[in-house]
Design a protein around this ligand. Sequence first.
Ligand SMILES: [Zn+2]
Length: 346
Amino acid sequence: MEKKVIFVLVIILLIIMGKMCRGELFEPTMQQETTEDTAIERTTEMEESIVTDKEEFAKQEKQTNSGKEETIKEETIKEETKETTKKKTKETTKDASNKIAQSEDYMELYPDMYVKKQAKIPLATVDEDVLGFRKYMMSYPIQNAIQNKKKVAYLTFDDGPSENTIKVLEILRKHNIKATFFMIAETITPDQYELIQEMIKEGHTIGIHTYSHNYRQIYSSVKAYLEDFYLAYKKIYEVTGMQPTIFRFPGGSYNCYMKGMREKVIDEMNRRGFNYYDWQVSAEDSVGNPSRASITRNVLKDFKKYQKPIILMHDSSINALTVQALDIIIQTMKEEGYEFDTVDRR
Ligand SMILES: [Zn+2]
C-alpha cells in the first residue's frame, strides 16, 4: 500500500516537473516575464520617452541654444551694426573733417585769385527808348532765334606763345577774325609781352592753359593744381594788366591725370569765377605724326556737326604745320557760313 502511494506521488511529481519544464505551472513567472516584457516595453517606452524627452530637451535646448545663438547673433549683428555705424560715423566725420580741412586748405589759398563770374553777353541789344517795351517783348525772341541760328566757330590755340603765334595772328588778321589763346605761362618771355598786349588790343582773348604743363605735377592734388594756376594767372595778369577769366585744363577736363579730383578742382575754379572750355573738334596737331593734310582733314570732317564748334589747335614752336593748314581751314569754314569769335563770348 505504501509502495502504491509512493509510486503515485512520484508520478505526480514527475507530471508537475514536466509541467514545470513546459512552464505550464508557473503562470506568475510567465506573468512576471510578461511584466518584465511590459517592464521592458515600459522601459523601452520610458527610454523612448526619455529619448523623446531627451530629444525634446535637446530640441528645446537647441531651440534655446539657437534662441541663444540667435540672441547672440542678434547681439553680434547689433554690435556689428553699432560698430559699422560707429565706423561710418567716424569715417563720415573723418571724411567731413578731411573735406573741411582740405577745403579750408585750398579755399583760403591765393585770396587774390578771384574773378567776377562773367555774365553771358546778351544775345540781342534792344533800344527800349525807340522800340518801347511791347516791341522789346516781341522782338527779343525773334532776335534770339536769329542769333541762335548763327553758325559760329571758336578757334582755340593751346601751348603758345611761340614764333608760330605771330604767323597765326597774321592769318587771323587777313580773315579779320578773332580767336582764343590758352597759354603756357612759363614759356612767356619778356620779348613776347608786347605781342600778347597787341593780341588783346586786336580783340583776341588770352586764357590760362597752365604754368608748367607738367601733368603729373599739376594734377597731383587740388592744391598743386591751384599752385600751378596761380603762377600762370599772376604772369598773365602781369603781362596784360588784365585778369584772365577763362582757362583750359591741360589734357582737357576729362584727362586721366585728373581722375578723383576733377569735381573738386572744377568746383573750386567755378567758386573763384573762372570758366573752363574743352573742345568738340580737334585738329590732332599735337599728337602722333600730323601733316598739313591730316590737320586740315581733322577739322574739316567734324566742324559741320556743330552749330558752335570749339576747335582745338596748337601754336607752340613745334606747330608749324598748323600754321600751314590754318588758312584753308578758315576759308572752308567761312564758305560753309560760319562766323568766328572768341570762346568767352560763346
Ligand atoms: Zn597743352
